[in-house]
Ligand binder design. Structure first.
Ligand SMILES: [Zn+2]
Length: 229
């Protein structure tokens, strides 16, 4: 049973998009799981073994205790009925209150397909009288994190202060050496420098050091203004 299920097209997307939020949830005692849809391979400097090792290291750095891989084909993610049933099965098994999906506009077809698949699987997970395993379950909310292959400025619904967790987030991303360090330019700004700049920009937007943006398709409900910074 999970409170939060972060669904990522590829290993490293969860860390990139919401490593800070994951740390924030864990610090609050929430049970957080990450479901990677694919292996993320092939990539220029990776292999299945390297990527699995890096994913395990990143997971450990964040302190996440539940992480699985749905085994969909990398580069060919499609929101098929078969994939929908498979993902709905995980949602019914883990019963998260909140789902996190990639932002719906992206240049990477796997990301766009993942969002569509997640939304459909969320709906299917609540169905009764099906041959899907487990009990019907409907996650209350879907939030969208930004891990977008488009150089555009996001228009988020809200920004989370991740100042206390930035270094841990960066360490978890750095664990994916084959993706962010090997073969990359060492000249400033490096790929990791760029990520810090982005986190600092979002922090600036809310008056903190580092931030992480999130989008919503529905209105964000609050019970008061105490949480607003
Ligand atoms: Zn990705």
């Amino acid at each position: 049973m999970l409170d939060v299920l972060v669904i990522a097209p590829h290993p490293d997307d969860a860390e990139l998009g919401m490593g800070g939020a994951i740390c924030n949830f864990l610090a609050a005692g929430k049970r957080v799981g990450i479901l990677d849809l694919t292996s993320g391979e092939p990539t220029p400097h990776g292999s299945l073994e390297i990527r699995a090792r890096e994913t395990a290291a990143a997971t450990k750095i964040l302190g996440v205790e539940w992480r699985e891989n749905l085994g969909l084909p990398n580069r060919s993610v499609e929101p098929t009925l078969e994939a929908r049933a498979k993902l709905a099965g995980v949602i019914r098994r883990t019963k998260p209150r909140w789902l996190f999906a990639p932002y719906w506009v992206d240049a990477h077809p796997d990301h766009v397909a993942a969002t569509e698949l997640i939304e459909a699987a969320r709906f299917w997970a609540k169905l009764s009288k099906t041959d899907m395993p487990g009990e019907p379950h409907h996650p209350q909310r879907v939030f969208y994190y930004y891990c977008v292959h488009l150089r555009v400025v996001a228009q988020p619904a809200f920004v989370l202060d991740i100042t206390p967790y930035w270094e841990k987030k960066l360490a978890s991303i750095s664990a994916y050496e084959s993706q962010f360090i090997t073969g990359r330019s060492t000249e400033s700004p490096t790929a990791l420098d760029r990520l810090r700049d982005q986190a600092a920009y979002w922090g600036w937007s809310i008056g903190t050091k580092y931030g992480e943006p999130f989008a919503l398709r529905e209105a964000h409900g609050v019970t008061g203004f105490d949480e607003v910074i």
